[in-house]
Design a protein around this ligand. Sequence first.
Ligand code: PBG
Ligand code: ZN
Length: 328
Amino acid sequence: MSFPSLRLRRLRRKESLRKLFEEVKLHPSNLIYPLFVDERIEEKEEIVSMPGQFRLSLKSLVKEVNDCKKLGINSFLFFGIPKLKDEHGSEAYNPKGIIQRAIEVLRKEFGEDINIITDVCLCEYTSHGHCGLIKDGYLDNDSSLELLKKIAITHAQAGADMVAPSAMLDGQVKALREALDDNNFHDTLIMGYSAKHASCFYSPFRDAALSAPKFGDRKSYQMSYKNKREALREIELDIREGADVIMVKPALAYLDIIHLTKNKFNLPLAAFNVSGEYSMIKAASKLGWLDEKEAIIEILTSIKRAGADMIITYFAKDLAEMVLKDEL
Ligand code: PBG
Ligand code: ZN
């Protein structure tokens, strides 16, 4: 059968039919909302390069999470901004550090109703801004792993559900699984930042978290975006090392990698819709060049359509509000 008896526009004639045939549906239960907790402040502060996102104080954190819960968002990824930074990033594995205290407060307040996921890295805590220990100007892999283990254990002790190593060190998932198991945290999940690329789209985040490297760049540990077979290899290794969830990051310029990963592996797959991807939409819509709501829906739908089971996104609240108002 072909035209004129075959007409695909039949499926699109009216809104109720279009809704019936939708292949991809967004829902706040699959979104993970990144939050920054800042040890230096008492009140929340808007992040200049990420309008609508805030550095939260311990005090303002509970209200923020409560507001999100009302919108149907139950999963959060936490980043810490410490008062003090040093060469070894000691505040990252201080049991009384900002993230550890934030986890305790939230667990007490919300019990098991929320999923607490923590970023495990050193760049926000080191004076040089790199994701581990520097030896002779180079990020030292194996000694840095020892510090990532300490971070993960303090997060698990405080009550984290899932730890997410983001340093792109070799062996980081294996190191964390062993450390967690040795300390009886058999049920703490690991989400690997498996294919994390060296990307320009992290700049607003680095502003927000004051984590830009003081010298050089991250290209000796984060992946080149020119290599997709290598991305699949990184993912395969994380799976072998015991990751429960794998991730592709960033998301938008990486939909091909998300798609390939989804077809090849059976683990839950997260995509990180990163800060730069957020800020460029915010900036363009502020200038009146884009309809913000439509852009958000289109972008998040494309990430899910490519194969992401979960999306880590700063748009989580915007989307959840639209879902509540039935604007999708
Ligand atoms: C820390 C980390 C970064 C992001 C997540 N974890 C920044 C970086 O690697 O420099 C980026 C997140 C975003 O841009 O939203 N390693
Ligand atoms: Zn880092």
